[in-house]
Design a protein around this ligand. Structure first.
Ligand SMILES: [Zn+2]
Length: 423
């Protein structure tokens, strides 16, 4: 068995790993690099079967529904077999009704926690992990008596932390190669550990006390852990949680009745004009019909503002400007802080200044801190670590010995002579 990291040895995102055994191949992730401006002009990774069908390509695993892992999947031949979690697939399909980042998938095999899948010479075993994307997996690939473990993206301070703790306590044995992510290396605060989602509940509750009026929280509708956090903070603050229709659609797509849903009594659904236009454009009127009983309309929003928290995205500003007497108390930024520095959000900062709306931050990373990375690596005794999904490749290689740095496009035979040493 041999493998090649086509992209991702020295960057966060854009990950694509090809694994070959007995002339057959599988691929782990087909990510869009984070810094790509024109995603349709970006060349596909040089994998036979990506530009036209090729029977030796037995499948492409999508570890989780984040664009830096699936973002080029829409350009693969239609007949390509994709392996992805069932809820992850539903979320991408729901997102496709509203955003260009969504995806409708054909030819799918669902990944299920610890359920091995046989594809030609490969056995693929997914392990559910904790991450800011719902339904995220690490995978074990076995063939020719060799074993490669790919961590995907993970953390252990979210709402599924026990999945990672279980993996660390009882990892697959005799793994030869560990492809581990190291996103947070080099970022501040990683040594002291990150806040948990439950820590954020406490902080949101304190923020909501500080100002009168509607509390806006900017968070991703696909960060399900964060929506749960917000819901808990709203319950404790006796506030309604107002979600946009797109987020309600994504929550429903998870198929999980234990996470906040539109029909819960302390949740309301708002339909921003941008989403309304999308429904009209796509003629998906059943969507607005399904959520109609739970809607809060612009004319009701001003009256409910003082006892509500609303999930926010910058495109909603034009909706708020049309509502007379709407008192907005604060905006809490619950996404990566870098988004605020993006030129596209200058108008958001202008709006906050003009309306004298205080801005606060309440967020935690989707990725593991150094302590967890260390424990994760140590669980795979004897495996050679190959860094992926990190900008600190050298740091990772020196911290997590034994290790080997590979460059993008370089093939590596597991146990092969051509590498100059036995693994
Ligand atoms: Zn990623």
């Amino acid at each position: 068995m041999r493998f090649c990291i086509h992209r991702g040895t020295r960057e966060i995102g854009g990950t694509c790993v090809e694994i070959e055994s007995q002339g057959k191949r599988i691929v782990l992730d087909v990510g869009l690099p984070l810094d790509v401006v024109d995603k349709d002009a970006m060349p596909l990774h040089p994998v036979p079967g990506f530009d036209k069908p090729e029977p030796s390509l037995l499948g492409v695993v999508i570890s989780h529904p984040h664009q830096d892992h699936y973002g080029l999947a829409h350009r693969l031949p239609e007949e390509t077999t994709l392996l992805i979690g069932e809820a992850a697939r539903s979320i991408l399909e729901a997102a496709d009704d509203f955003t260009p980042a969504g995806l409708k998938l054909k030819n799918v095999i669902h990944l299920e926690d610890r359920l091995p899948i046989e594809r030609g010479p490969f056995t693929i075993t997914p392990y559910l992990v904790d991450h800011s994307a719902y339904d995220s997996y690490a995978v074990l690939i076995e063939s020719d008596g060799k074993r490669l473990f790919y961590s995907g993206d993970f953390r252990a301070h979210g709402r599924k932390s026990q999945t990672v703790e279980r993996l660390i306590a009882d990892p697959p044995r005799d793994v030869d190669i560990l492809l581990m992510e190291g996103t947070t290396l080099g970022r501040s605060g990683v040594k002291s550990g990150f806040s948990t989602e439950d820590d954020l509940v406490d902080r949101f509750v304190e923020f909501f006390k500080k100002f009168d009026g509607l509390a806006l929280v900017w968070a991703s509708g696909q960060n399900i852990d964060r929506i749960v956090t917000l819901y808990k903070a709203c319950r404790r603050s006796r506030r309604l949680l107002i979600l946009d229709l797109y987020t309600a659609h994504v929550l429903r797509a998870t198929g999980n009745s234990r996470i906040p849903q539109a029909d819960w009594k302390d949740i309301r659904i708002f339909l921003p004009s941008s989403q309304k236009w999308r429904i009209i454009q796509n003629q998906t009127f059943e969507l607005s019909h399904v959520f109609r009983p739970y809607r809060i309309f612009p004319e009701q929003l001003a009256a409910e503002a003082g006892r509500s928290v609303m999930l926010f995205r910058p495109s909603m500003i034009r909706d708020f400007e049309k509502i007379e007497g709407l008192k907005i108390g604060q905006l809490i930024c619950s996404v990566w802080g870098g988004y605020l520095e993006d030129d596209r959000n200058i108008s958001l900062l202008d709006w906050l200044m003009r309306r004298v709306i205080p801005l606060d931050h309440c967020h935690t990373s989707g990725h593991a801190d150094v302590t967890i990375l260390q424990r994760f690596r140590e669980a795979f005794t004897g495996a050679l670590l190959v860094p992926v999904h990190s900008k600190k490749t050298e740091t990772m290689a020196s911290m997590f010995l034994p290790s080997k740095i590979l460059e993008d496009g370089e093939w590596f035979s597991i146990g092969g002579e051509e590498n100059g040493k036995e693994v």
